[in-house]
Design a protein around this ligand. Sequence first.
Ligand code: ATP
Ligand code: MG
Length: 401
Amino acid sequence: MRITKWPEIFESSLHILNSLQDAGFKAYFVGGSVRDYLLNLPVHDVDIATSAYPEEIKKIFPQTIDTGIQHGTVTVMDHGTSYELTTFRTESGYQDYRRPDKVTFVRSLKEDLQRRDFTINALAIAPDGEIIDEYEGLADLDNHVIRAVGRAQDRFTEDALRMMRAVRFQSQLDFEIETNTLTAIRENAELLKKISIERINTEFTKMLLGKNWQRGFEQFLKTGLALNCPEFSNQSQNLEKMLSLKNTRITSARSLWALVCQLLNIKDTRRFLTIWKESNQIKDDVQKINFLTVDIENSNYDVWDFYQIGEKYFADLVNVCDVRKIEIDTSQIKQIYATLPITNKKDLAINGDILLKELKIAPGPKLGKILLDIEKQVVYGKLENEKSELIKYCRKNYEVC
Ligand code: ATP
Ligand code: MG
């Protein structure tokens, strides 16, 4: 099989492959970009593999960065664009079930493709457009199958993360995991404990953001992978609940973690998300989305809640409610946001300084209390956001000058 018309993303990198070839080396497009291209999915960045060793790459291209030179990865800078090149390599050792103890540079593409996880990720395209398919990846792509390259059992004991990658590709591509590959995952699920939570998180997140996330998630549960993730071991029943949700797309990491925390009934979400090594931003966002979701569930919300949390989370909130099949009146909420008199405390026609000057209120709890009261009155539409009116309100309701 040969590509006759290059898609733009490959064509714009082709000169790099040609330069390597002109210097007497082999070079191919490999990995996820080839898989996604053949599946007609958008390709974001291309990976280039070459028989040239890092030092040889650096002699061909004047501007390079040693990105991961010990693993054979060099970034080539060319006219302001960067290209990631990786030397063909084999890996061995894997005493810790995670990383190879030894990386050996090789000159053969076939050997390089052999170290890759799944047949669909072990395809390559040569500069003349020829598709190199050493491990029957094309057939697996056609049949929608995720199959380990070589003996699945070995591949998962080498690097246990690959088991998480299998379920995330299942979700992203809506593919079936081949029987032997699936059995090997079941048998080795416990090895996931050896993998850092950051790496698990990356795959877990991609799985839940995937096209058919429930399909991937179901295998994540059935194979026992879930039980080997932090904080999931005694959550079987709650995890199962994810499968009865609506299998519609989860649209952001924020809604994803909000959903997980809600379904698992996590009280201390900050602690849970810290264990999963999530960012402080996600922790804040999840708290806000969860707070509003509870309000919506109990039909107990008002303008103040939405004002406080801000329109930024509207899409996530709608997404979470949609997946959980909680009824939400989006037009009403949109209307609330559209008619809010102010969207931020800073929009108030008065502030602490003004109150200090006009009413001689000293800074302290009293001032804070008055400001909060005024903010609420304005948000609820009981007071107009107008300086003289707000001052008048203070004079009337508080003991001030
Ligand atoms: P994505 O679209 O999410 O980037 P990808 O398949 O490109 O998916 P990458 O992590 O970018 O995933 O890896 C690029 C390629 O490197 C893969 O397609 C695969 O060939 C190989 N690879 C990545 N991780 C592993 C692994 N843990 N074990 C074996 N091969 C791997
Ligand atoms: Mg990739």
